[in-house]
Design a protein around this ligand. Sequence first.
Ligand code: MSP
Length: 679
Amino acid sequence: MPETFFITTPIYYINATPHIGHAYTQIAADARARFERMRGKDVYFLTGTDENAVKIARVAEAQSRDIQEFCNELASAFRDVWDGLNISYDDYIRTTQPRHRVVVQRVFEKLWQDKHIRLDKYSGWYSVPDETFFRDEETIERDGEHFIAKPTQDQTKAPLEWVEETSHFFDLSKFQDFLLEYYDAHPETLRPEARRNETLSYIRQGLRDTSISRELDWGIPVPQSVPEHENHVIYVWFPDALLNYASAPGYLSDDPERRAHFERFWPPDLQLMSKDIFTRFHSTLWPALLKALDLEPPRELFAHGFWTVEGRKMSKRDPATIVEPIEFAKQIAELANCEFETAVDALRYYCLREVTFGADGDFSRLGCVARYNSDLANGLGNLVNRALSMLQQYFDGEVPAAQGELGLISALRETLPRVETAYATLDFSGALSAIWEIVGQANKLIEDEKPWVKMKAGEKESVALLLRELLATCQWCAAALFPALPHSSRRLAQLLNLGELSWDEATDTKELFSPGHRCVPPAPLFPRIPKPETITEEHFLKIMETPNNEPTPSVPPIEAAPIEEIKPERTMIEYDDFAKIEFRTGKVLEAERVPKADKLLRLQVDIGSETRQILAGVAEQFEPENLVGKTIVVVANLKPRKLRGFESQGMLLAASQDDGPPLALVSFDGDVPPGCVVR
Ligand code: MSP
């Protein structure tokens, strides 16, 4: 039996559609789940929606909607977003599902029978948006109303509601010592370190018994066997929402198969959430509940940071701060003229690369555009395009035999364990930057090796060697990137004519690129976003305001980059600018070397109306005597400048590869008199 890996995300409130903050947890969990599957583990990736909250009922009622119908609609909207983002969840729990409700009621009964629940009067301040009670000392009074005294970034600043009623209380205070001892013996359970410390000091301050029922008519009813059940529903957090992590895999199910599933996967290996729901709920109430039920606690609880958008807290009152992941990916797809799934990968890449997992982050739409162009299009995309174009052009698409090593393959072997450790410890940014170090090295190797020059010089074997290393790098990237960019990884594997890649295949580069393996002609993996400097934040906001039936502003499509090109966008000039340049034919009358300047020739050139002295950097490629009598092209209206003490009164045109040396002068076969205009 393969080893199991049980990973969870929070279940989200569905009072609105998901934004980039929710998507972030999903993307991170997905990357880890895919990584574990690639390593051969049997993964159970659980996500879902938290539907029994008062605030959801209130939103539905405000829209005169049936609450359950409203939940059904929103839950399916959430699933659509996760499917669109390529989130590979294995199970989707909804807390209104019977499979969950029945378990919550059974657990409530069990806790009552085991005397973990008692009845008492409750009076306190309740925050509906946070679905949380606050102690008197945690609130302040202003103009007769009470507010959370020190609201965290995400907690409400709206007035609290005074609640006074008979309630059921969970004896949380009894678990204080257990929790401290457990965390002392298992420090690895709480991550990152800052959150662990926060939890320990929260518990040490003293835990109080918690009210776990409310007089409401939306939620899971307190079971009838428990006294004072009338009009009472179970507190949305406890045990309701928290228990999803156990009800979904099959805890207390009537179905023996589902119970066996539970036995096989329990306890969770990794539970992800953001820091706002870590301390109070996931690292205190949740393990206390599990202890009360005699269930093993989770192996790791990890709190990531909070995202703001362009420096501002996300808020429905400020629509520009709400980045809807699918809409945003569509906008990127439009800008890059790429597939939607590629744009989704760009979003995933940005989220995972931009901030260290655990720290807060600021989402910038333009930052995402910039990363797309620099890392995806100019980095990885260009590498793949160059490698595959060379294979087509120089070797007809068939991997050639090659001898020797250029160092890239050993760099791949050395880097892989770093990438692996990074994924395994949720350091996504570290994993991706290690991969991009390799991408950078490979692109640099192409520039250093200049295969296009080598091909001209007939050094095909040397190009074959380079190509083998580049293709191995592409294969390695396809495998190493799969957890983070699943769609692009698959597309890259297809371009390389490879099937599904396992983690080990990233190391096993030699085998697959044995001579004779064929690849298909390249198609751009990440088409570059043209003119990124002209895109502003307004561009995105304008699209957001555009009603659905109107087409979104479009940008011109772009073509695949040629092999050599890795430079940023070329600057385009107007025709008028071009027309200002005066090109004329000129006949070389004299040519001589310039003393102490190895590269310079001094030419006297007849341009029809006059003879010009031109200094040209072609001395290493052309003998002066061979140039005399040639008709060349001269830029005739260039301002004169001094070179090595001589005035140069123009410039001649020569062809070269990028910044390489001149290969040939622009000249004419036929008889062209000096002084003709060239245009
Ligand atoms: N329903 C509870 C969770 C119950 S879990 C048993 C809840 N839901 S929520 O809709 O408010 O979503 C909380 C989760 O969404 C956070 O823990 C985090 O994973 C994600 N995020 C919501 N906003 C976020 C940011 N601004 N930044 C990062 N993550 C955020 O709490």
